[in-house]
Design a protein around this ligand. Structure first.
Ligand code: FES
Length: 117
């Protein structure tokens, strides 16, 4: 599984994730929490990647769980949401409905490196 975290913070609509939340701190927190839970992960290893804008700025800050071929988009407000996503989605295999982004406004395609097409 790969977790793509938008860290864009430009001074325009594009880049709003990094202005709304300290996304670098969130990535450090994600790594710390996942490392602590590593023995519980079934298929070993989760890669976390900082990305540029994922074209969901108005919903941000956003992240994308990419477990090929499934992609699940979430928004978050801080570490408490990250805790819930790790507990429910990563460890429990359950979608966190309250943080899920609507499918209608998702980009057509985002590759495994976070490039939007
Ligand atoms: S700045 Fe994060 S989706 Fe655009």
């Amino acid at each position: 599984m790969r977790i793509l975290v938008c860290t864009a913070a430009a001074r325009s609509l594009l880049g709003s994730c990094g202005r709304r939340c300290n996304t670098r701190r969130i990535i450090r927190y994600l790594k710390k929490r996942l490392h602590a839970n590593e023995p519980l992960l079934r298929d070993g290893g989760i890669d976390i990647k900082a990305t540029k804008c994922l074209m969901r700025c108005s919903d941000g800050p956003v992240l994308l769980f990419h477990n090929h071929p499934a992609k699940t988009w979430y928004r978050y407000d801080g570490e408490h949401d990250i805790d819930e996503l790790i507990c429910e989605h990563v460890l429990g295999g359950r979608v966190v409905e309250r943080l899920l982004l609507a499918e209608s406004s998702r980009p057509r395609s985002v590759d495994n490196d976070g490039k939007v097409r």
